[in-house]
Write a protein that binds this ligand. Structure first.
Ligand code: ADP
Ligand code: ADP
Length: 239
């Protein structure tokens, strides 16, 4: 059975913009799926509907066979630990250290207080260090995030998501602000994390070539609708 099922959802902002219209697809556990399409196609809205940062106007979304719409606050918090989010602009607390940003992911708002009083558990710190070393940030652990390159910041974002032990990562244009070298590094990390940890990935990208290279399946979105859904080979053969 699918880990994520999206059934005929639509999203209208205000009275005007129909950002998504009758979108349906599913994602199997462990799959690495890219969502491609031009700017304004609705990719970001789609990811935000899945973790309910944005509410859908119509349709149903099920994660792990549970409807995400109508979840109460506690259920939403649980959902958002199981679905890690990676952003184009990293969304780090720049004046805090790499370590603090990662532990922040673990504890949410409580960690600010916990951090001030040094209340992190040793086990959590060990796990954070392990993840940061895996991501090649062993030398950066106690640096402030405003000292890092873009690629390094995005790897901190990945560690912050992973420390919650998510089942799925939603990545919203994770490489759109990075140069080709840093982009490749991030995509390699995301792919190997998905494969080795069995974490399902849904990644918004506007670069078709990169989507084709890394994905098990590609979903094409245009004007708020799914216009393609298939393996990369279906695209390469047809062009
Ligand atoms: P993409 O991620 O593919 O660039 P988005 O989901 O960001 O697409 O945007 C889809 C459409 O919805 C666009 O027309 C955009 O202007 C509109 N839109 C996105 N967010 C909002 C919002 N918060 N309020 C109103 N319109 C929005
Ligand atoms: P990455 O692949 O992590 O993005 P880069 O090739 O961008 O790495 O950067 C290489 C090195 O240069 C990094 O170790 C980083 O410390 C340094 N660096 C790059 N950009 C910046 C920046 N804007 N501010 C501070 N250091 C930077």
């Amino acid at each position: 059975t699918a880990l994520l099922q999206v059934n005929q959802i639509s999203k209208q902002y205000g009275n005007e913009t129909l950002a998504l219209s009758d979108v349906s697809f599913s994602v199997q556990e462990g799959e690495f799926v890219s969502v491609i399409g031009p700017s304004g196609a609705g990719k970001s809205t789609l990811l935000r509907c899945i973790n309910q940062m944005v509410s859908t106007t119509n349709g149903a979304i099920q994660f792990d066979q549970k409807d995400v719409q109508g979840m109460n606050k506690k259920e939403l918090r649980q959902l958002r630990t199981k679905i890690g989010m990676i952003f184009q602009h990293y969304n780090l607390v720049e004046r805090l250290t790499v370590m603090e940003n990662v532990l922040h992911g673990r504890l949410g708002y409580k960690s600010t207080l916990a951090g001030m009083f040094g209340f992190y558990q040793e086990e959590e710190k060990r796990r954070a260090i392990e993840l940061l070393e895996m991501l090649g940030l062993g030398e950066q652990i106690y640096k402030r995030c405003d000292q890092l390159s873009g690629g390094q910041k995005q790897r901190v974002g990945i560690a912050r998501a992973l420390i919650q032990e998510p089942r799925m990562l939603l990545c919203d244009e994770p490489i759109a602000s990075l140069d080709p070298n840093a982009s490749k590094k991030i995509m390699d990390h995301l792919h190997s994390i998905s494969r080795s940890m069995g974490i399902t990935a849904l990644v918004n990208l506007h670069q078709v070539d990169i989507a084709l290279r890394y994905s098990d399946r590609v979903i094409g979105v245009s004007g708020g609708q799914v216009v393609f859904n298939g393996p990369p080979s279906d695209i390469t053969e047809g062009t």
